[in-house]
Design a protein around this ligand. Structure first.
Ligand SMILES: Cc1ncc(COP(=O)(O)O)c(C=O)c1O
Length: 398
């Protein structure tokens, strides 16, 4: 197990993060985190260059980075080849690109867990209408994570299953689902496994080979500390030919004849031609920052800080809702008297950023646990012990 950052190391990371100031306690890293100055500089410098010489001309100057180096950085981050990475605008775009590419026959099941994300559930419901598939909900086990025995039983007739979808870290709590154990089951059943790693990438060590997922979606602005409007999709090498992009353009596919086209090589067949070059470059910089810090050390620091936050909230009479054997940087809680929106607004007025989680993004889980809207506080490796204490004091004083 890697060591958490020391106090001095945390202060060094904070010193290059412009959003880390004494006036603001940012506990909304699971919403949108605070980028390093290097990420900001890369993005702004490229925007300036576009304004100075033209967007296409500026793109040509950084083609080596946008076409090669950013993919290589992401490959190092998640343990895959550059041809298995597609550039995306955000996690939902990545997830949908993979979801709608997976073949589905009427009557086949989409296996999912109650903690799957709201946008993903909307797609399941749409697929029921479009493809006549059936949603097969696997409940949580006693720890709140996907019940692996029930999943194994649901995979006994693999031909009957279109895919397994899992939120590795759900939006609605600190749970870390056992993604690799799910991958072992889907691989032995030969069923496509779509992993939503939106809240995981950047603060959990990711090795797609060890997990065994066929596709994985991620976003830039959350734990990766990248810019908004960026993300990526991973598609496993041997799954690339099994899946068929639903809406390719003339970058994802080559228009070879008036009545024909050929998909681009690798995962780039899921990309569109137009994108924010500044954002993509800055995402690459954010990945490099995370790699230099060491994702294992980020993970250890975040886990330690989140655990301190949970303990102190409980000691201050708050109800903490997080489940799971392994927990991450997301902490969800309820106040004994105030509703979640009220708590978030009042905290904001005292310089503490928090967010709230509603049924719209986590209905299956929140109904199953009969939860009210929750306050969500999320820490990162920039969060200090002092900040946790001050934030809990602010919550307790409401
Ligand atoms: C678990 C999970 N999946 C997917 C998403 C969607 O990510 P994006 O907003 O980047 O599309 C979120 C956003 O909060 C999330 O929490």
């Amino acid at each position: 197990m890697a060591l958490a950052f020391t106090t001095d190391e945390i202060h060094a990371i904070r010193s290059t993060t412009p959003g880390c100031t004494d006036d603001l306690i940012h506990l909304n890293h699971a919403g949108s985190s605070l980028p390093d100055q290097r990420v900001l500089d890369v993005q702004i410098d490229h925007l300036r260059r576009e304004a100075a010489i033209g967007g296409y001309e500026a793109a040509a100057e950084v083609a080596e980075q946008t076409q090669g180096e950013v993919y290589a950085s992401i490959g190092r981050l998640i343990g895959c080849g550059v041809h298995e990475v597609a550039r995306m605008e955000h996690a939902t775009a990545a997830w949908n690109a993979a979801f709608w590419a997976i073949p589905k026959r009427p009557g086949q099941r989409i296996i999912t867990h109650d903690h799957d994300y709201g946008a993903n559930w909307i797609a399941f419901l749409r697929a029921v209408e479009v493809h006549g598939v059936v949603i097969d909900r696997i409940p949580s086990d006693a720890h709140g994570q996907i019940d692996l025995e029930r999943l194994a039983a649901a995979l006994e007739d693999p031909d009957d299953v279109a895919l397994v979808s899992l939120a590795w870290v759900p939006t609605s709590g600190g749970l870390v689902n056992p993604a690799a154990a799910v991958g072992a089951l889907t691989r032995s059943a030969g069923v496509p496994f779509l992993l939503d790693a939106c809240q995981a990438v950047g603060h959990l060590d990711v090795d797609v080979e060890a997990i065994g997922c066929d596709a994985m979606s991620a976003t830039g602005r959350k734990y990766l500390r990248g810019p908004r409007g960026t993300g990526f999709l991973y598609v496993r090498d041997d799954s690339i030919e099994r899946l068929v992009p639903a809406q390719p353009d003339h970058h994802g596919a080559d228009w070879t004849a008036i009545d024909g086209y050929e998909f681009a090589d690798g995962a780039r067949r899921y990309e569109y031609w137009e994108y924010s070059h500044a954002g993509w470059l800055a995402l690459g910089a954010a990945v490099d920052v995370a790699l230099e810090l060491g994702v294992d050390r980020i993970q250890a620091t975040v886990a330690q800080r989140a655990s301190q936050l949970r303990d102190q909230l409980i000691a201050s009479s708050m109800t903490v809702h997080d489940e799971g054997i392994a927990k991450c940087g997301i902490v969800t809680m309820s106040h004994p008297r105030l509703d979640a929106i009220d708590v978030v607004a009042r905290l904001r007025a005292t310089g503490v950023n928090a967010s709230s989680t509603f049924a719209g993004s986590a209905r299956a889980d929140m109904e199953a646990r009969d939860l009210p809207p929750m306050v969500r506080l999320s820490v990162h490796c920039t969060t200090t012990v002092d900040e946790v204490e001050r934030a809990v004091a602010a919550v307790a004083s409401l």
